[in-house]
Write a protein that binds this ligand. Structure first.
Ligand code: SAH
Length: 347
């Protein structure tokens, strides 16, 4: 215990540990958690005060050409009811969101060829024209460098693309042969070079994940230095290869949130919907462990239940306005407040 505390002190002070120290921390029992969370929350507090940033998530298509073994909207899930929002519907979501105080819109979807560069660039341009005070984030998977460039030129500010795992063999256990870790990382590098604020990340407790894989993720994040890191527990989806696998744990997810806050002190770190799904107060605990972003759903109620990456997803029955008032209370319950702003990372 004494050694663990020393490791946490060192991590908070220097932002790094040896491989062995990280592995020991990742395998430790719960007695260290409170101490670790407090250190991470203090670092969040130092850089962001009590401010929690919000992102309005618009899940605009669940068509996907990929077949990731863990994901509920994978192409071979014939039970998924597919939908696409129209340009007008997307703009309406953003209008509702802007009225509610959102200054970042995240367009997330499966890899849907219908939304080619031209259509997407047009949507991004319209959003930026109507809401010049707001940031547009894309989360639409792997594309060519040219495509990323076109969307950036149209005005997109940020891009979320989780690396999913930094271990190649593990990557190949989660994805079909036509996908590769190499291309995932190529995408992340292209995005960064083009000038996007980039988000990477991984699931916690994904099938076959080991402590060594998490260590590889930590090392990857330290090297790549993303502006944002999206992590959440893996949660099985009943229509996938991995339906019988165990979900990731609350404890391990919170621990990783804290570690990431300490290795990348100014990073934008969401307490994700998946975290709120495995535990009722998961997102509040995420904030107490160092997270500083939440991403409520702005998608129309009619499609919410169709964007199911995993089972039992929360907030699929609420209107955006209900989500925001609920989250405002939740954020206040842990001594923080929702900040109305674009919420860029502190440099
Ligand atoms: N298609 C886009 C974005 C949509 S998926 C892309 O590939 O980036 C967004 C994230 O949801 C994925 O990166 C993955 O980490 C997460 N996800 C998918 N299935 C999940 C599951 N069963 N449990 C938890 N998270 C999941």
């Amino acid at each position: 215990m004494e050694n663990l505390r020393k490791s946490v002190d060192k991590l908070a002070l220097e932002g790094d540990l040896t491989d062995d120290e990280f592995l020991t921390l990742l395998s430790a029992d719960e007695s260290i958690d409170e101490y670790l969370f407090q250190k991470a929350a203090a670092v969040r507090q130092k850089h962001y005060g009590n401010d929690i940033y919000i992102r309005g998530l618009i899940e605009f298509t669940n068509y996907c050409k990929n077949d990731c073994f863990y994901c509920g909207i994978r192409r071979s899930n014939k039970n998924a009811e597919r939908y696409r929002l129209t340009r007008e519907e997307i703009l309406l979501c953003a209008k509702n969101g802007h009225d509610l105080g959102f200054r970042t819109f995240v367009l997330q979807g499966g890899e849907d060829a219908y939304f080619n560069d031209e259509k997407l660039a047009d949507i991004v341009r319209s959003l930026k024209e109507k809401y010049p005070d707001s940031a547009v984030t894309l989360s639409i998977g792997e594309r060519t460098r040219e495509s990323y460039q076109k969307l950036f030129d149209a005005g997109a500010d940020r891009y979320l693309l989780r690396h999913e795992t930094a271990d190649i063999a593990h990557y190949n256990l989660l994805h079909p042969p036509e996908m590769s870790y190499e291309n995932r990382v190529r995408c992340l590098k292209d995005l960064k070079e083009i000038g996007y604020q980039v988000g990477a990340g991984m699931m916690i407790g994904s099938p076959y994940q080991t402590k060594e894989h998490l260590l590889a993720d930590i090392r990857f994040l330290q090297k790549f230095k993303p502006d944002m890191v999206g992590i959440g527990p893996f949660i099985p989806h009943h229509d996938t290869e991995y339906k019988d696998q165990k979900a990731g744990s609350l404890k391990q997810t919170l621990r990783l949130l804290s570690i990431i806050r300490l290795i990348l002190p100014k990073v934008l770190l969401p307490a994700t919907t998946a975290l709120g799904t495995i535990s009722p107060a998961g997102r509040e605990q995420g904030i107490l462990a160092g997270a500083n972003v939440i991403m409520p759903n702005l998608s129309p109620k009619t499609v919410r239940k169709k964007y199911l990456l995993y089972d039992n997803k929360i907030c699929t029955g609420d209107e955006a306005a209900e989500c925001i008032s609920c989250l405002t209370r939740r954020v206040q319950s842990v001594g923080c407040r929702i900040k109305i702003s674009r919420g860029d990372a502190k440099k």
